[in-house]
Design a protein around this ligand. Sequence first.
Ligand SMILES: CC(C)(COP(=O)(O)OP(=O)(O)OC[C@H]1O[C@@H](n2cnc3c(N)ncnc32)[C@H](O)[C@@H]1OP(=O)(O)O)[C@@H](O)C(=O)NCCC(=O)NCCS
Length: 187
Amino acid sequence: MADLQGKTVEYSKTTITELMIPSYANFGGKIHGGILLSLIDKVAYACASKHAGSYCVTVSIDNVEFLQPVEVGELVSLHASVNYVGNSSLVVGIKVTSENVKIGTVKHTNTSYVTMVAKDDDDKPTRVPPLIMETKDEIRRFVEAMKRRELKLSFNEKMDETKNRLDLNQALDILKGQRCIAKLDVG
Ligand SMILES: CC(C)(COP(=O)(O)OP(=O)(O)OC[C@H]1O[C@@H](n2cnc3c(N)ncnc32)[C@H](O)[C@@H]1OP(=O)(O)O)[C@@H](O)C(=O)NCCC(=O)NCCS
């Protein structure tokens, strides 16, 4: 079967800019993390479906760490591009920045990596076009996405091993010195 025609990273690059209105704020006056997550998911979908030429679903969102708060009145921009493609999966890298237009400062709030899978009309994963890379950064991002995927797999395997090996006595031992109280009779 002939492969699909490749598409450049440039072709599906997507930016969304949104004003942070008061109804997006929490009780402390800062923007809810969930608002940003929803925007991340939205821009990832736009970017991935443009590359795939089909409907896509979100599989995972990695490395969501909000390092700086976003304030009401700031303009949040989400810059998305396809970093990696597999057979039916794509990884979209998203850089989130927040701009205070009055004082002219721009802060980088986070960078996240969203794995999406392209689906056909029968809801089955479907092949996506290869990625045409035209810059050193695009090549670096593709390889980094492969490494991130490998590391995540090995982390998940190690975590499963740890969970399977952990018994109650070990758990209680580990908890010594932690700020918690185990209220059960171990016998
Ligand atoms: C993700 C999903 C499509 C995988 O379906 P599946 O039948 O297991 O399909 P496959 O095993 O063929 O995997 C399809 C692709 O997903 C990737 N994938 C599956 N699980 C994954 C995971 N946890 N992390 C990263 N990639 C994953 C596979 O590596 C494969 O990629 P490739 O085609 O590029 O090699 C399916 O579980 C699904 O539809 N989940 C719900 C997604 C959704 O509705 N999201 C919205 C949230 S409400």
